[in-house]
Design a protein. Structure first.
Length: 315
C-alpha cells in the first residue's frame, strides 16, 4: 500500500471471518486515525447505496484528489497516496448501482482504490468482479475460534471453562462475530443452565449460557436425540409435543432446530438413501421458512421427514 502497489480488492466469504477488519487495519496504519475520515469512505448495508447514491456520494469522494499525492516514506501518516472506498455487504446493491460503481472504478483508479466486501460473490456483476483482485475468507477453524475467545476472555478478565470454549467454537460455525455475541450474552445472562462461564475470582458475579441469541443457539445434544429418536418410536402427536416443548423452553424456532439436526444427521451412521431423504427434506423446510412458511406447518413437516427416514430403514 505504501508503494502504491495496491489493486482494487474483492473480499468474499461467510460473515464473521474478518473481511472488514482485514482492510480497516492496514488503512488505519497507513493513514492514521486523524486522516481516516478524509481518506477512507466506508459504506455498509445501513447506508443508501442506490444508483443515485453511487453517482453522488461515492463519485464525489472518489473524484476528489488527495491533498498530497507524493508517495510517503514508511511510517508517514499524512494525507498521502490514494484514497480508499470500502463497500461492505455489496451483494445488497441492485444491478443498476453495481453498473454505476463499475464506471466510477474505471474513471478514478488513478487516485482512488476500492475494496468491495460481500458474503455472496454470485450476487455481484461479473463486470465488477473482473476489475478486482479476489480474496476468499473461509470460515474460521474451531481451534482458531477457541484461541481468539481465550484472548478476549483474558483481556476482559473473564474465566471461561474448556467446555465453554468447545461449545462456542461449535455453535459459531466459523463465525467469530457470532461466537463473541454468544460469549457476551452468556456473560450478561441469568442462571438457567449449569454454569460454564464465570467471572474472574475477585468478583462474585456469575454468568451462564441460559439466554443465547437466536442465531447462535443450537440445542444441546440430548434435545436433538429426543427429536430423532422420538420420531422413530413415538406417534406423531407425541413428537409434536416434544418439539414444541423444546422450542418454547429454550426460545427456539424451527430454523434453529434445522441447523442442529442437519449437523447431527450428516454424521449419523445410517444408509445413504436415508441420509439423503433427511437432508433433502430439511433443505425444503428451510426454503419454505425463508419464504414465510408457517412455523407450525414446518414443524409438522420436520417430524414427517424424520419418520420417513426411519421407515426407509425398517422397510
Amino acid at each position: 500500500m505504501i508503494h502504491r502497489k495496491f489493486p482494487h480488492l474483492l473480499f468474499h466469504g461467510p460473515p464473521g471471518t474478518g473481511k472488514t477488519s482485514t482492510i480497516l487495519a492496514p488503512a488505519r496504519q497507513l493513514y492514521g486515525d486523524a486522516s481516516m475520515s478524509q481518506m477512507v469512505l466506508e459504506l455498509n448495508a445501513s447506508d443508501d447505496r442506490s444508483a443515485h447514491d453511487v453517482q453522488t456520494r461515492i463519485k464525489t469522494f472518489a473524484s476528489t484528489r488527495p491533498i498530497f499525492t507524493k508517495v510517503p516514506s514508511p511510517g508517514c501518516r499524512s494525507f498521502n497516496m490514494f484514497k480508499l472506498v470500502i463497500l461492505d455487504e455489496a451483494d445488497t446493491m441492485d444491478h443498476t448501482a453495481q453498473l454505476a460503481l463499475r464506471r466510477i472504478i474505471e474513471d478514478y483508479a488513478a487516485f482512488t482504490r476500492f475494496c468491495i466486501i460481500t458474503n455472496n460473490i454470485y450476487k455481484l456483476s461479473p463486470a465488477l468482479i473482473s476489475r478486482c483482485a479476489r480474496l476468499r475468507f473461509p470460515p474460521l477453524r474451531p481451534s482458531r475460534i477457541r484461541t481468539l475467545i481465550s484472548q478476549v476472555a483474558t483481556t476482559e478478565n473473564i474465566q471461561v471453562r474448556p467446555e465453554a470454549l468447545e461449545y462456542l467454537s461449535t455453535v459459531s460455525h466459523g463465525d467469530m462475530r457470532q461466537a463473541l455475541a454468544v460469549l457476551q450474552e452468556c456473560h450478561l445472562s441469568s442462571t438457567f443452565w449449569p454454569l460454564i462461564l464465570m467471572m474472574a475470582p475477585e468478583t462474585s458475579q456469575q454468568t451462564s449460557t441460559s439466554s443465547l441469541p437466536a442465531e447462535g443457539v443450537i440445542t444441546v445434544p440430548s434435545d436433538i436425540s429426543l427429536i430423532i429418536e422420538g420420531a422413530r418410536g413415538d406417534n406423531y402427536s407425541r413428537c409434536m409435543v416434544s418439539i414444541n416443548k423444546i422450542k418454547s423452553g429454550k426460545d427456539l424456532n424451527v430454523a434453529d432446530l434445522l441447523t442442529a439436526l442437519a449437523s447431527r444427521l450428516q454424521d449419523a451412521q445410517v444408509p445413504a438413501p436415508v441420509k439423503i431423504t433427511w437432508l433433502d427434506a430439511l433443505s425444503e423446510i428451510e426454503a419454505n421458512l425463508a419464504c414465510g412458511g408457517s412455523e407450525e406447518i414446518q414443524s409438522a413437516a420436520l417430524v414427517g421427514a424424520i419418520k420417513e427416514g426411519w421407515s426407509l430403514m425398517e422397510a
